[in-house]
Design a protein around this ligand. Structure first.
Ligand SMILES: [Cu+2]
Length: 244
């Protein structure tokens, strides 16, 4: 019981943080016009799919290549294929070998993922690139940066700027796509909300039963409407047959 309460207050605290982060991010709508990562926050140690969004070309020119640098500490990453692009993984030797989840020895990691367009992405259109990876377990409280170079038919944009300590990322012209890492249980993703609901029901039985009894009239009404519909349908069917 005690651990559940502790967990619940952690979730409430996480929710408050998420709301605070949402308020901060709410003012940064302009950032959506940049090459960026769609997810606001991920949990340390979690397996995630990050979505790199490319919303425009280079000053009007169509995009031909998107090269995404993978931050140090991410040992395994799998890019999702995209029908309009070929994808290449640029490898880098690890300082020391590690074991993967199957117990195999790993001596190198993907340092960069390069998507090359078979047909250039027009300036007025958007595309997304998904990367499946495990967030480092020791990354809570930090921000992961994925410096990305967007190459176009004419020119390129290097989305590689990383804010200095205390600097607002909004001040940067071409910030590196990034995602904040929170401690496990502090993310506001939909799966986490479900967990929060279940935990709330276990802890606060009264709240839970109050909620379900509030929902009962709706369920009964829905059933009643369904039943009336069924009866009308059957009546209509028989009337139709009688006429034939
Ligand atoms: Cu932009």
């Amino acid at each position: 019981m005690r651990t559940q309460r502790t967990r619940r207050s952690a979730l409430v605290a996480g929710g408050t943080l998420a709301v605070a982060a949402g308020l901060v991010l709410g003012g940064a709508v302009a950032a959506n016009a940049h090459v960026s990562i769609a997810e606001d926050a991920v949990e340390a140690g979690a397996y995630e799919i990050l979505t790199v969004s490319v919303p425009h070309g280079c000053e009007g020119s169509a995009t031909t290549e998107v090269a995404i640098q993978v931050p140090e500490g991410i040992q395994a990453i799998t890019p999702t294929r995209n029908a309009m692009y070929s994808v290449e993984e640029v490898m880098e030797d690890l300082d020391a070998p590690i074991a993967d989840s199957h117990g195999n020895e790993i001596t190198e990691r993907v340092a960069q993922v390069v998507y090359t367009a078979s047909t250039p992405l027009p300036d007025g259109q958007r595309d997304t690139f998904e990367l499946s990876l495990q967030i480092p377990e020791d990354a809570a409280g930090s921000t992961l940066y994925f410096p990305t170079v967007q190459t176009c038919e004419q020119g390129e944009t290097a989305w590689v700027q990383i804010p200095d300590d205390g600097q607002d990322a909004d001040e940067l012209d071409s910030p590196a796509p990034n995602v904040d890492v929170v401690a496990p249980g502090e993310s506001s993703s939909p799966e986490q909300s479900d967990t929060a609901d279940v935990t709330t029901e276990t802890v606060g039985d009264q709240e839970a039963s109050a909620a379900s009894s509030d929902q009962m009239p709706l369920v009964v009404t829905a059933l009643a409407i369904g039943a009336i519909g069924l009866v009308l349908g059957v009546v209509a069917l028989f009337r139709g047959r009688n006429k034939a």
